[in-house]
Design a protein around this ligand. Structure first.
Ligand code: NAD
Length: 250
């Protein structure tokens, strides 16, 4: 049996399926991930240096001129075929929720619902003093005009609603924990599974499948680790699903 046939069978026989995505699902949309050899952002910058609470508070020039600009490169990105296939699987009732480490909103743009953004999102920023919320595009304009750090009318500093290195985790993590605990299958797509606590979530499920180009530290805990491109893998899985269950709307 091929990997695609096995995963299609698992999708059809499982009761509650959660997809856990990382930066690797958005590389086909032109957004670099952190750790891919040669193309990962880690080759150029240490994300902890430029995307941390410490940088935000103590080195705001580095945070806004480098870190914030890395984040906003994802603004113009569009969902790719993988985001669309996940949305199709969800609409067909094969996937019950998506836990994502990504901040790019591409699952929602592809039509997915019940997306748990455990590392926040880039849609908005907020004032660290009065908590007023601003669209990130407005804050980006201030940064591009040289206002560093960008400020609210009350004088407070504006920061993105993403979880930076050193931030505490958002409350949606509890929902993600509960969803994984109640699932009989978690499919990990495009994550190096090195960022805690999210990397431990799939261990809460009855079974874990991993699709990732590189080996991950959790491959041996999975029932299947497929080392390849996500779009090709999901396309093969969709084709198997169509054969196994022609009545599905895929
Ligand atoms: P990561 O960079 O650590 O790992 C990504 C993994 O995806 C790598 O192992 C790589 O081999 C694999 N990969 C890349 N493209 C792939 C493809 N097309 N098919 C199959 N595998 C592919 O990313 P991570 O595990 O998500 O953790 C890093 C952190 O980076 C997360 O917290 C996330 O919030 C943040 N991040 C998010 C974005 C985004 O929102 N798109 C982009 C960069 C980083």
């Amino acid at each position: 049996m091929t990997h695609a046939e096995q995963i299609a069978g698992l999708l059809l026989s499982s009761r509650h399926v959660i997809i856990l995505t990382g930066a690797g699902i958005s590389t086909d949309s032109g957004i670099p991930d952190f750790r891919s050899p040669e193309t990962g952002l880690w080759q150029q910058y240490d994300p902890i240096e430029v995307l941390s609470v410490d940088a935000l508070y103590n080195r705001s020039d580095v945070f806004f001129n480098v870190g914030f600009k890395i984040l906003t490169t994802s603004f113009k990105a569009e969902p790719n075929k993988s985001h669309e296939l996940i949305s199709e699987f969800q609409k067909a009732g094969l996937v019950q929720g998506i836990v994502t480490q990504n901040i790019d909103s591409l699952h929602q743009k592809a039509g997915s619902t019940h997306v748990m953004e455990v590392h926040g999102h880039l849609r908005t920023c907020h004032c660290m003093r009065c908590h007023k919320t601003f669209p990130t595009e407005e804050v980006e304009k201030k940064v591009n005009a040289g206002e560093i750090p960008p400020k609210c009318s009350c004088g407070g500093i504006l920061r993105p609603d993403v979880i930076l290195f050193g931030d505490s985790m958002p409350s949606v993590l509890n929902e993600a924990i509960s969803e994984c605990r109640h699932s009989d299958l978690v499919i990990v797509l495009g994550s190096s599974l090195t960022v805690a606590p999210v990397c431990q979530l799939p261990l809460l499920a009855k079974r874990m499948v991993i699709i990732n180009r590189e080996v991950t530290p959790f491959d041996s805990a999975s029932i299947l680790a497929w080392h390849g491109g996500i779009t090709d893998a999901l396309t093969e899985i969709r084709d198997c699903l169509k054969k196994l269950s022609p009545q599905l709307d895929l």
